[in-house]
Design a protein around this ligand. Structure first.
Ligand code: GAR
Length: 186
């Protein structure tokens, strides 16, 4: 039986993308392509090294957020994925994207707490005894949308921001592949 196709969107380091490719590509799903808005993203070489095609769509080449999102939607549609997977894709998406693409995102906090780009740091200084990781469907509300899977990560008494962040990332790398399989009902 043909593998279910996904497309991954990323902007930077690409460690979640790497984990998804290593755990799922060619086994449970086909990563049809990885698309980045950042020509300097470290993840470009990682994806290519793991045999995944990369498209580079620099957002700076488009006059508006909506024009970039329209080009992104058109590029994703070339691959007809069952689901689009945002893995550190650091762009606010307009309804041009959210009305046409079924997508999930990973966020490094216990949503709805600590939305935005500093989820790990805000969790760490919150005074709570835990942070976490959330995978959720993408809607026009940033880091909103129905939750697919969520896991908490304890904040230990000896933790530094770095040691806590490391455990959050390790949790992300396990949770995201599981969430993709859940959404695809595999
Ligand atoms: C991840 O920690 C992801 O949860 C976060 O960006 C990082 C990307 O790392 N995303 C957000 O904060 C979304 N609001 P990666 O490029 O190594 O996967």
């Amino acid at each position: 039986m043909a593998l279910k196709k996904i497309v991954i969107l990323f902007s930077g380091r690409g460690s979640n993308m790497q984990s998804i490719i290593e755990k799922l590509h060619g086994k449970s799903v086909e990563v049809a392509a990885a698309i980045t808005n950042n020509p300097n993203a470290k993840g470009i070489e990682i994806a290519r090294g793991l045999g995944v095609h990369v498209d580079i769509l620099p957002h700076t080449e488009y006059a508006s957020r909506e024009e970039f999102d329209a080009a992104l939607v058109a590029k994703i549609r070339e691959y007809s994925p069952e689901i689009t997977v945002l893995a550190g894709f650091m762009r606010i998406l307009s309804t041009v994207f959210t009305d046409s693409i079924k997508a999930i995102n990973i966020h490094p906090s216990l949503l709805p707490l600590f939305k935005g780009k500093d989820g790990i740091q805000e969790s760490f200084i919150s005074g709570m005894d835990k942070g976490g990781v959330t995978v959720h469907f993408v809607t026009s509300e940033m880091d909103g949308g129905e939750i697919v899977l969520q896991e908490s990560v304890p904040i230990l008494s000896g933790d530094t921001l770095e040691s806590f962040a490391q455990r959050v990332h390790a949790t992300e790398h396990e949770l995201y592949p599981k969430a993709i399989l859940k959404v695809l009902a595999i």
